[in-house]
Design a protein around this ligand. Structure first.
Ligand SMILES: *[C@@H]1O[C@H](CO)[C@@H](O)[C@H](O)[C@H]1NC(C)=O
Ligand SMILES: *[C@@H]1O[C@H](CO)[C@@H](O)[C@H](O)[C@H]1NC(C)=O
Ligand SMILES: *[C@@H]1O[C@H](CO)[C@@H](O)[C@H](O)[C@H]1NC(C)=O
Ligand SMILES: *[C@@H]1O[C@H](CO)[C@@H](O)[C@H](O)[C@H]1NC(C)=O
Ligand SMILES: *[C@@H]1O[C@H](CO)[C@@H](O)[C@H](O)[C@H]1NC(C)=O
Ligand SMILES: *[C@@H]1O[C@H](CO)[C@@H](O)[C@H](O)[C@H]1NC(C)=O
Ligand SMILES: *[C@@H]1O[C@H](CO)[C@@H](O)[C@H](O)[C@H]1NC(C)=O
Ligand SMILES: *[C@@H]1O[C@H](CO)[C@@H](O)[C@H](O)[C@H]1NC(C)=O
Ligand SMILES: *[C@@H]1O[C@H](CO)[C@@H](O)[C@H](O)[C@H]1NC(C)=O
Length: 855
């Protein structure tokens, strides 16, 4: 609701002149519209300013409570305890009831206080519903980290979740919810963005104390400008003076800054006000508003007119502020601002008086928020919420938040698309009774359903909407009725386990005709129709995981051909007519990895004649297949793999990965104790050779180097974001970046990659190559995608020899995005290219000053 007068004064400025409302006194006692959770606290209590705190126990499941061991002595009761959670792949959510379509301020605080007696400062993520909100980085035991956001509720509950700990354990001290009344914080795209607080400053404050409830009925915290912190309100202009008044200030609606905040201000007696502050998480788009009120009594011949000055943004200086005129009087609020402004990390701003003004500028208060994208949650969120609402007593049903994001529920796996779908549900042995929840039949992305070992009763519902279902485990329940024939129409069904239920009738023809694994033993009243098929083809075999299917099928094939052993009654039926077996094989083979015979490999490589490289895990040989394709054969050293299972896991992983900038995996061989991986042959060898090689093959073109860096970045990005779960390469270096005939780069040797469960860290024995190893990983032993990005940064700097920021910006967008994820460690290093040189040579870093602890 912009008033016409204000809009005329400055087209770019935004005005919220809302209807005049009577200022209502702050409510006393418990605050309506407030939720104030004392996390880990056992008792309800009121604090010094009258806020009622309640224990968080009924808002969250899981976690443990702890007392702080270190305090600075000034903390109120709600800051004496925390609730903390395991550092695993899960998320831990607080769920609070809200009013749909209402704006809320959400504030979470984190005061470490060495609660775990380990003095390891935690680092973890918080999210609002499915949307990443912030990364909490604790830097000191006695200073609370505070995060605030303003969000329009879009559902009857709002959840705040903790997840993805990269150091220490996630914890929380307090969680507060404050309901807004009006529309001061209305923004044009509230369905897509929420506001995260960056700065809310009370200028001219009379003490270091912030102003909050009850002065502010919504309990916003207006921070004093006299507090001294690093890079907070520095570069203050000479002539800046603090002024204050006791006269009432007219603020038109009660969502605007409280009177106490508006009663103080700074003025620039020499004609200007200047400040500089760091905006955490910027550059970003911001919502920023300044609050002015004339609180000095100016003589009739005096004026106060000024303009905003932001270096590099001359357009902002067009409108002139004349507080008295704009606010239509003294002691009245005027609040111009920008609803969408792109701001840098280091934000310098000021106000400068105009030539015809007799007084310098004034500033009473300021708010800056960052726009944070609202992540669309899982497409199945509503279905899943309805399903878990049936089990209000079960802890697995209380995990809260979105089923998939930012981490999925512990018993759910989701696809990695933009709005993920649930593809796997594992509720084995959860003591669940009643019928199978009908919601499950609505999950159209479902591939795997495991409900075995419960007490499910009633009939098996109709799963025909779940066209992707491949694995159904309903064994060891109390299910009755017949097997629905529609199960046989599921086009992708591979396994159906229903043994040990109370099913009856006959196995539908639609199922017995199919090439699937069906175990229906232990259902005394259930019979198979066509005995002929089951007697000739029924095969006993044990199946471990999807990739083993091929191995299992081969095993079974030989088994039947050579032995024709009489099968167990009703146990496993691979009900495939003999002539169809061949096509069944090729189907399995094409969707998993190709298996070469050892003799094929020996022929192709001339008995491992030409060695073309070696890595930590094996030796690479050149080969040529009978069809003319050139291959690179990696013969793994025997101690690289513990056994068949690990090897096949790797093969499964490799066969899932296809990308133009990743070296193509062609297949594997496992015979006579040799574990072999077969890749496409890359004609131009490794990037390393071209960076350090003989002059004629050295790449000198700057653009060519950029192209290579960008290619590699795309490959790495795919490993990180295109695969679910995420894959971390762990050993990126210039000798693992290969060049094809056309000198385009592909990333190689991701055979050692381990999938990162749900994108979070994987703890494992540190390995990698000295020089490329992320020191943070080395110290924490926590593996994240950042470790790859670190290594990529090293490759990038060493290959591009970029020495300036401007060269860096000419890099392709994927590489820039990747490098954007870099943390301080690398930034510190990249500012010293010569240091990088040392690192890439693999030299120890004893000369490297602050990096000395790095080996
Ligand atoms: C919340 O409000 C929005 C808009 O009015 C509506 O689309 C949505 O269905 C509501 N959600 C619930 C759960 O009531
Ligand atoms: C919100 O507005 C209602 C009246 O519309 C008022 O009673 C209530 O006190 C307001 N809440 C706050 C925190 O100001
Ligand atoms: C405000 O806090 C700073 C430290 O942040 C301290 O040096 C200063 O004395 C305090 N001022 C007042 C008025 O308390
Ligand atoms: C305003 O008038 C007073 C005298 O009434 C004079 O002292 C002062 O200099 C004048 N200020 C300006 C800016 O003209
Ligand atoms: C802000 O502006 C940018 C660029 O003009 C646009 O992409 C973005 O969506 C806008 N944000 C909001 C919240 O309107
Ligand atoms: C104000 O005065 C200065 C110096 O006298 C001049 O450079 C500037 O252009 C003037 N600004 C305006 C807006 O007239
Ligand atoms: C299973 O659930 C029943 C109630 O439905 C309960 O009595 C029993 O203790 C539960 N068993 C386990 C192992 O949780
Ligand atoms: C089939 O079910 C029976 C009974 O639980 C079990 O003994 C047998 O091992 C199962 N077969 C397979 C291959 O899982
Ligand atoms: C987990 O944290 C790491 C490091 O803080 C970050 O790079 C990664 O994106 C986070 N993962 C998710 C799923 O948010």
């Amino acid at each position: 609701m912009a008033s016409a007068a204000a809009a005329a004064a400055a087209a770019l400025l935004l005005f919220f002149h809302l209807q005049l409302l009577l200022l209502l006194p702050a409510p006393s006692g418990a605050q309506p519209g407030f939720i104030s959770l004392d996390c880990g606290g056992a008792h309800d209590h009121a604090d010094a300013i009258g806020i009622q705190w309640t224990s968080d126990a009924s808002f969250v499941t899981g976690g443990q409570t702890a007392q702080l061991l270190v305090q600075n002595g000034l903390q109120s009761q709600q800051f004496t305890t925390v609730r903390y959670f395991p550092a695993d792949n899960r998320k831990y959510c607080y769920t609070m009831n809200v009013r749909n379509r209402t704006r809320y301020l959400v504030r979470a605080t984190f005061l470490y206080g060495n609660f775990d007696n380990s003095n390891v400062y935690p680092k973890f993520d918080i999210s609002l519903g499915a949307s990443p909100w912030s990364t909490i980085v604790i830097n000191d035991a006695t200073t609370p980290v505070v995060e605030e956001a303003i969000i329009l509720a879009a559902a009857p509950t709002l959840s705040v979740c903790l997840s993805n700990a990269s150091t220490g354990q996630p914890f929380i001290s307090t969680l507060e919810l404050r309901q807004f009344n009006g529309s001061l914080y209305y923004t044009t795209d509230e369905a897509r963005f929420f506001l995260a607080l960056s700065a809310r400053i009370n200028f001219g404050a009379e003490s270091n104390d912030s102003v909050r409830y009850p002065d502010d009925p919504f309990d916003r915290i207006w921070e004093s400008d006299s507090v001294r912190r690093a890079n907070y309100l520095v570069d203050v202009a000479p002539g800046t003076e603090r002024i204050s008044t006791t006269k009432p200030i007219f603020v038109s609606v009660n969502e605007e800054p409280p009177e106490k905040v508006m009663q103080t201000a700074v003025v620039g007696q020499d004609g200007s006000l200047n400040y500089r502050l760091d905006l955490e998480g910027f550059p970003a788009n911001a919502w920023g508003v300044s609050y002015f009120a004339e609180i000095e009594d100016l003589a009739p011949n005096e004026t106060r007119k000024f303009k905003l000055e932001v270096p590099g943004m001359p357009a902002l200086s067009k409108p002139t502020v004349d507080v008295e005129e704009n606010a239509q009087g003294k002691y009245r609020l005027y609040e111009p601002g920008y609803t969408n402004l792109s701001l840098p990390f280091v934000f310098s701003f000021g106000f400068k008086k105009t030539n015809d003004s007799s007084k310098g500028p004034i500033l009473n208060a300021l708010e800056i928020y960052k726009y944070v994208q609202i992540t669309m949650g899982s497409q199945d969120a509503i279905i899943m919420a309805s399903m878990v609402s049936r089990y209000s007593q079960a802890s697995w049903a209380q995990e809260g938040g979105d089923p998939c994001l930012p981490a999925s529920w512990s018993w759910v796996q989701c696809s990695s698309e933009y709005a993920p779908r649930v593809f796997s549900i594992t509720l084995s042995g959860k003591n669940i009774t009643g019928s199978i929840p009908v919601e499950l039949t609505k999950l159209s992305g479902l591939v795997e359903l495991r409900l075995d070992g419960n007490s499910f009763s009633g009939q098996i519902p109709d799963f025909s909407e779940c066209r992707n279902l491949q694995y159904i485990h309903l064994e060891n329940n109390q299910l009755t009725g017949e097997l629905p024939p529609s199960l046989g129409d599921l086009p992708n069904l591979k396994e159906l386990y229903v043994q040990n239920n109370k099913l009856s009738g006959q196995v539908p023809k639609s199922l017995s005709k199919r090439s699937i694994i069906l175990n229906f033993s232990g259902n005394s009243a259930l019979h198979i129709v066509n005995n002929a098929i089951s007697h000739t083809i029924a095969i006993i075999c044990v199946v471990i995981g999807a990739i083993m299917l091929l191995g299992a099928a081969i095993g079974c094939y030989f088994f039947t051909c050579r032995r024709k052993k009489k099968p167990y009654e009703d146990t496993v039926v691979i009900a495939a007519p003999a002539k169809k077996l061949g096509s069944y094989f090729s189907e399995v083979a094409t969707e998993s990895a190709h298996r070469f015979s050892l003799s094929e490999i020996e022929d192709a490589t001339d008995k491992f004649e030409r060695r073309i490289g070696s890595g930590g895990f094996g030796i690479v040989y050149y080969g040529k297949l009978t069809d003319g394709r050139e291959i690179a054969v990696k013969l793994l050293t025997n101690d690289s793999y513990q056994g068949i299972r690990e090897f096949l896991n790797e093969v499964t992983l490799l066969s899932r990965i296809h990308h133009r900038h990743l070296v193509t995996f062609l297949g594997y061989s496992q015979q006579d104790g040799k574990n072999i991986l077969v890749y496409e042959f890359m004609h131009n060898g490794t990037l390393k050779e071209h960076l350090r090689g003989a002059a004629d093959e050295k790449i000198t073109s700057w653009l060519k180097r950029l192209e290579i860096a960008e290619d590699a970045a795309k490959g790495i990005e795919y490993l990180h974001t295109g695969c679910s779960p995420t894959i971390i390469h762990r050993d990126l270096k210039s000798s693992n970046i290969l060049l094809d005939k056309n000198m385009r780069a592909k990333v190689a040797d991701f055979g050692l990659s381990k999938p990162a469960v749900d994108g979070s860290h994987v703890s494992s024995i540190v390995r990698g190559t000295v020089g490329y190893l992320d020191p943070e990983y080395y110290i924490s032993q926590q593996l994240t995608e950042k470790s790859d990005i670190y290594s990529f940064g090293v490759i990038y700097w060493s290959s591009s020899q970029a020495t300036s920021q401007s060269q860096m910006t000419t890099l392709g967008s994927t590489a820039v995005t990747l490098l954007h994820g870099l943390d301080h460690t690398l930034r510190a290093v990249t500012s010293t290219p010569s240091l990088i040189h040392l690192w890439t040579e693999g030299t120890t870093c004893s000369q490297c000053g602050r990096l000395r602890r790095w080996p």
